[in-house]
Write a protein of this length. Structure first.
Length: 319
C-alpha cells in the first residue's frame, strides 16, 4: 500500500533550498495583495513556491500581506518565511497589521472607540519580538494598515481630524506606514484628492493605496481618469493605484467575485500607468500599479479563468 507523503510546511530552510523563477523587467503590475486565510496555514512549501514563482514570472516586485492576524487567527508564522521567499526573488514584502473584522460595524457605532482600539492593538503588536525582527529584514517594505478608509464615514471635518490624529499616533508606533481605501463616488475628483491629501499630510503616510473601484462597481472606466489625475496632483509619488482585477457579483449584502476579463484588466493597468507618468520627469515612464489580487484571481492555482487572466498578464509583462 502506498503511503501518502507528509506535507512539507513553509519554512525558511525549504524556501532557501528552492529554485527561483526569473522576473521580467517590466510587469503589468508592480505588486499584488495577498489576503491570507486559515487554509494558507496548511499550505506546503511546494504550494508557496509555486505561488511566489508565478508572481515573480508575472513581474511582481512587491507583495502586500493584508494582515498578520485576523480576529483570533494568527498568520505570523507565514511572515518570516515569506520575507525569505520574496528576498530570494528580489521582491519586497509589506506586512499588514492585525485586523478585527468588526471594524465597519464599530466605526458606525462609535468611531472614536474604534480608532482607539486600532491604536491600542497596534501598540501591543509593535512591542512583540517578531515585529521588531520583521522590520529589520532586508525584504521588509513597510507596514500596511488593513482598516480601509472610505470617503463616507470620514468625510465630515470633525471625523476627518479624528482619523488624522489616529494616523499620527499609528505612524509614531510603526514606520513606514501605508494606508489605503476606496471611494463611494459621492464626491468630486478634486474633493476626494483633497480628502486624501489632508490624511497623508505631515508625512504620516509613506504610501496611499487607492483602489480603482472598477471591479467592485464603485467606479467606471470613463470617470476614473479624472479621479486619478486629481489624486496624482495632490499625492505625487505617495499615490499607489490598486487595480481591482475581479468582477463582483452576488446577492445584496453578499460579496462574490470572479476573475475580470483580460481586456478590461489591461485597460485598467494602462490608465493607472498613464496617470503616474504625467506628474513630473521622475515619473516620465509611468509606474506600474498594484493589484487586488493575483493570488485570488490571476494565478494558475486559482482555476481555469484565473489561469487565462494570468497568462494575459504574464504575456503583457514579457513584451
Amino acid at each position: 500500500m502506498q503511503r501518502t507523503p507528509r506535507p512539507v510546511r513553509l519554512t525558511r530552510r525549504s524556501l532557501l533550498a528552492a529554485p527561483v523563477a526569473a522576473r521580467p523587467r517590466h510587469g503589468l503590475f508592480r505588486g499584488t495583495f495577498l489576503q491570507p486565510w486559515a487554509r494558507h496555514l496548511d499550505w506546503t512549501a511546494a504550494q508557496w513556491e509555486e505561488l511566489l514563482d508565478a508572481l515573480a514570472a508575472a513581474g511582481c516586485e512587491e507583495l502586500v500581506l493584508q494582515w498578520c492576524r485576523y480576529d483570533e487567527v494568527d498568520y505570523a508564522p507565514l511572515v518570516g518565511p515569506l520575507l525569505e521567499g520574496v528576498r530570494r526573488r528580489h521582491m519586497r514584502l509589506a506586512v499588514g497589521l492585525p485586523y478585527e473584522s468588526a471594524w465597519w460595524r464599530r466605526i458606525g457605532e462609535d468611531a472614536p472607540a474604534a480608532l482607539e482600539a486600532v491604536v491600542n492593538r497596534t501598540r501591543a503588536f509593535a512591542s512583540r519580538p517578531e515585529a521588531r525582527l520583521w522590520r529589520r529584514h532586508p525584504a521588509f517594505a513597510g507596514w500596511y494598515l488593513p482598516e480601509e478608509i472610505d470617503d463616507d464615514h470620514w468625510w465630515p471635518a470633525p471625523r476627518r481630524r479624528m482619523l488624522a490624529e489616529a494616523l499620527d499616533r499609528l505612524a509614531g508606533l510603526v514606520r513606514p506606514l501605508w494606508a489605503g481605501g476606496f471611494t463611494n463616488r459621492n464626491h468630486a475628483a478634486a474633493e476626494l484628492a483633497a480628502f486624501w491629501h489632508a490624511l497623508a499630510a505631515r508625512r504620516r503616510l509613506e504610501r496611499v493605496l487607492v483602489q480603482d473601484g472598477i471591479g467592485a462597481g464603485k467606479m467606471t472606466m470613463a470617470a476614473w481618469p479624472a479621479y486619478l489625475e486629481a489624486l496624482r496632483a495632490r499625492l505625487g509619488r505617495r499615490l499607489e493605484v490598486v487595480v481591482e482585477i475581479f468582477e463582483a457579483g452576488g446577492a445584496e449584502g453578499e460579496f462574490r467575485a470572479v476573475p475580470a476579463p483580460a481586456g478590461r484588466v489591461l485597460a485598467q493597468a494602462e490608465l493607472a500607468r498613464r496617470a503616474t507618468g504625467r506628474a513630473s520627469s521622475a515619473w516620465a515612464s509611468g509606474r506600474a500599479p498594484l493589484c487586488f489580487s493575483l493570488p485570488d484571481y490571476a494565478v494558475p492555482q486559482a482555476g481555469e479563468a484565473a489561469a487565462r487572466l494570468y497568462e494575459a498578464i504574464r504575456q503583457a509583462a514579457a513584451r
